[in-house]
Ligand binder design. Structure first.
Ligand SMILES: C[N+](C)(C)CCCC[C@H](N)C(=O)O
Length: 264
């Protein structure tokens, strides 16, 4: 199994994240707090995503990444490979994402003297506490919603990227850096726009364990959120998700493409 896609995905994910991280925490005033954990985790997750995507395309179309410019895969194959990558990466992403959401939600704008210490001291303490308090399966809380969020939307992600690259590139040639940046940025925006409703539900389910709020499942969480807050709840964070998605995914795709070209 070709591994360079895994390595390129690893590095490009980390680079994209450095740019996107302030957006992730801006609403919470945390900014760069605890950045090493998300960098390490996104590197693993992005490596699985791009590695599985590329190897699924190889299985479907019998073309390696070097041959794909001359013989471009069909959009149906790109979509299927994206969905497969999205599905598989959820297994790695779920615990990392849960820890990120729990840590970000405890960011206090200003720690007052005498206020109780934060519940989780850091990512490792958070993981251990969740295992102890909610059992090892607690680490996968919200994973089902995450899978529903990511499987189709990562199919859309790669289709948008490929389509925009092909629109702006003469047949058979490699897309220019500008094309890759724009196509990657829009792929991020489009996929995040579609993913936002389930992203809201996912985060609520991940926080539920802590607040002892019980949802019976994804549908129950959707229904009770809509009942209390109206349909607008599904668009929470849409603007910030899109603003973050452009730079993160522009840089992710640019570094991914260039690393692969560089390695031949
Ligand atoms: C599919 N969905 C839009 C949910 C995620 C797309 C992931 C791409 C990138 N790691 C990022 O964090 O933006």
């Amino acid at each position: 199994m070709p591994v360079e896609e895994f390595v390129a995905g690893w590095i490009s994910g980390a680079l994209g994240l450095v740019l996107g991280y302030p957006f992730d925490t801006v609403k919470l005033l945390g900014f760069f707090k605890g950045m090493s954990f998300p960098i390490a985790s996104i590197a693993v997750v992005n490596s699985v995503l791009f590695g599985v995507y590329s190897n699924t395309l190889l299985a479907l179309t019998a073309t390696s990444h070097q041959e794909r410019r001359a013989q471009p895969p069909s959009y149906a194959h790109v979509f299927l490979a994206g969905c497969t990558g999205g599905f598989v990466q959820v297994y790695c992403l779920a615990p990392f994402d849960l820890i990120k959401v729990r840590l970000q939600n405890q960011t206090e704008p200003r720690a007052r003297p005498g206020s109780p210490p934060p519940r989780y001291r850091g990512p490792v303490h958070c993981a251990v506490s969740i295992c102890q308090e909610e059992g090892p399966r607690g680490l996968f809380r919200g994973a089902w919603a995450l899978m529903l969020r990511d499987t189709p939307t990562l199919g859309i992600y790669f289709v948008t990227y490929e389509w925009l690259c092909r629109q702006s590139t003469p047949e058979g040639q490699n897309p220019s850096s500008a094309s890759v940046l724009v196509a990657g940025g829009f792929a991020g925006i489009v996929s995040w726009a579609v993913a936002t409703p389930l992203d809201v539900i996912k985060s609520r389910m991940q926080m539920a364990g802590l607040k002892h709020r019980v949802y019976r499942g994804v549908l129950d969480c959707m229904a009770s959120s809509v009942r209390q807050e109206g349909l607008g709840v599904f668009f929470r964070g849409l603007t910030i998700n899109s603003a973050r998605a452009f730079p993160v995914n522009a840089v992710t795709f640019l570094s991914y493409e260039y690393l692969l070209r560089w390695w031949g």
